[in-house]
Design a binder for this molecule. Structure first.
Ligand code: PEP
Ligand code: MN
Length: 363
């Protein structure tokens, strides 16, 4: 089912006018008025226009620093008034929304633990009804695209049209170097469905460690995402939350300057000819793949008939495991990744089981 969203692209919000990447930066948490002002000044000095700081912090353990709460909103107001920056913070309840409106917060974001909760999303959407504040929705902690889209729909139905997303990766128990699994495939899928929607990556929470920020930021740019939300603190090692992943404003400037930003497309004639020729080749290969799949289905259907005639069950798990591991080996020799081969062949096998079931159900 298509879930339409009526949204205004980020470039028309009036404050993401810089060339890519559009960048939102600031500390994980607002800690003190001095820390907020010093960080904001450092960011403003090289052209960052949108300042982030967590006021209410969703923490795993009670007793960790849970944010300074409403008094910190006054510091954000100072950043706005004295530096002319737009300010943004995370909301998770109706009360947070009302406080943000009261203090003139320019943009709000919904955290990953909140976008995963439809009750909270509805509460926030109801509180936002009648306002036109831009809202950025982080992906839910679990890789569930529909839950993410559902959160966007609730806000959109409440009249929020300046909607965007922040991809911050997914919780995982897999042994990976990053704090979160980047799960770029889900981000690409969302991007493809809603190409106009402002799309940010949050390399800080994805990485969990500043040493991975550059590679993850570059990947986000290579995938054509619009912008980055990066945590920056005037004195990262002393940060009250997420100390390992924050950068000084100066280091953030260096990072942004070293990103290679590729054009989304090119008007160059030679480029167009070259890309058209390559795409024509891909189209032929895709058609051949479809023909091969159709031929494969015919054989699957014969196998189904044969099993039916001999009263044998369709699913032969051990045979399939063997086929899959052979394919993974052969694919490896051809330079294909384990993940792609298993995803593709599992899909092909599902189709084969469907075809054989159809044969079995026929009288
Ligand atoms: C944050 O941005 O500080 C934050 C808590 O992020 P997330 O919701 O992605 O964990
Ligand atoms: Mn953080």
């Amino acid at each position: 089912m298509a879930h339409e969203l009526d949204i205004i692209p980020g470039t028309e919000w009036g404050f993401f006018t810089l060339p890519r990447p559009m960048c939102i930066a600031g500390p994980c948490s607002a800690e003190t008025e001095e820390q907020v002002m010093e960080t904001a000044k450092g960011l403003d000095a090289f052209g960052i226009h949108v300042f982030r700081a967590g006021i209410w912090k969703p923490r795993t353990h009670p007793g960790s620093f849970e944010g300074v709460g409403s008094p910190g909103l006054k510091w954000l107001k100072r950043v706005k008034e004295e530096l002319g920056m737009k300010v943004c913070t995370e909301v998770a309840t109706e009360k947070h929304v009302l406080e943000c409106i009261k203090y003139g917060i320019d943009v709000i974001w919904i955290g990953a633990r909140t976008s995963a909760n439809p009750f909270l999303m509805q509460e926030i959407a109801d509180a936002l009804e009648g306002t036109d504040i831009p809202v950025l929705v982080k992906n839910p902690v679990n890789p569930d695209l529909d839950l993410w889209i559902g959160a966007l729909e609730r806000l959109n139905r409440a009249g929020i049209r300046r909607l965007g997303v922040i991809h911050r990766g997914f919780s995982t128990s897999a042994p990976i170097p990053y704090r979160n699994d980047p799960g770029w495939r889900i981000a690409i899928e969302l991007r493809t469905r809603y190409p106009q929607m402002a799309f940010f990556a949050d390399p800080s929470h994805m990485a969990g460690d500043r040493k991975y920020l550059l590679e993850l930021s570059q990947r986000a740019m290579d995938l054509g995402l619009d912008g980055l939300m990066v945590e920056s603190h005037c004195d990262p090692s002393c940060a009250w939350s997420d100390a390992k992943q924050q950068l000084t404003p100066r280091d953030l400037q260096t990072l942004l300057e070293s990103l290679v930003i590729r054009e989304k497309t090119s008007d160059n004639e030679a480029y167009k000819e070259g890309i058209d020729a390559l795409r024509a080749r891909i189209d032929v290969l895709d058609e051949n793949l479809l023909k091969l799949l159709a031929d494969r289905n015919k054989v699957s259907s014969q196998i189904g008939q044969y099993k039916k005639d001999h009263n044998v069950a369709i699913l032969q798990a051990t045979r399939w495991e063997q086929v899959l591991s052979d394919m993974i080996e052969k694919g490896k020799a051809l330079g294909l990744s384990n993940e792609s081969v298993s995803a593709i062949f599992n899909a092909i096998h599902d189709e084969s089981v469907r075809v054989q079931n159809r044969v079995l159900e026929q009288d």
